[in-house]
Design a protein around this ligand. Structure first.
Ligand SMILES: [Zn+2]
Length: 170
């Protein structure tokens, strides 16, 4: 659970980024002290957005010839993290390599819908890094960065992030 001062979509995206950065900086996505420190730095703009970009680039390099979801190395295809049918852009930011099996299984769901509540902490770092960037841009565009609990389930969690992709885009 994110701490109490994570109140908005914007906060939640920073919090999730802080966890990702903790994963690669100190090898522990659950190092609370490090995550909190990074989160506060992101929030107060002491950490520039390029930190996040560098993080994504590093991950892309690591996953250049394996399925981003399961690590399989055959039958690789480009997969849209946010399906095009849900308004996901047709750009490299929204694409990862995926094996045929994962691609088929995921279908037109976003990664969190596919992994579900039980496995939400298992969404791979590369996918999550790209997803957070897309979510930030989409919420910025729809003016919902300062919203809370978009799916009206009385908690702010990663499942609120994807709500922005449900609306049909022209
Ligand atoms: Zn796979």
């Amino acid at each position: 659970m994110p701490p109490r001062n994570v109140r908005t979509i914007r906060d939640l995206i920073y919090w999730e980024y802080a966890k990702l950065i903790a994963g690669s900086a100190v090898g522990d996505r659950k190092n609370y002290g490090f995550i909190m420190h990074t989160y506060n730095n992101l929030k107060t703009k002491k950490l520039p957005p390029s930190t996040i970009l560098r993080e994504n680039q590093k991950l892309v390099k690591e996953a250049s010839n394996i399925c981003s979801y399961c690590g399989f190395n055959q039958d690789l295809q480009w997969e849209h993290i946010i399906p095009k049918s849900r308004g996901g852009p047709d750009t490299i930011d929204n694409m990862v390599l995926s094996c045929k099996k994962c691609n088929l299984s995921k279908g037109d769901r976003d990664p969190f819908e596919w992994y579900g509540k039980e496995r939400r902490y298992e969404v791979p770092r590369l996918v999550l890094g790209k997803y957070l960037k897309l979510a930030y841009e989409a919420h910025e565009k729809s003016g919902t960065l300062d919203s809370q609990d978009l799916n009206a389930d009385e908690t702010l969690d990663v499942f609120d992030l994807g709500v922005v992709f449900k609306k049909a885009t022209p």
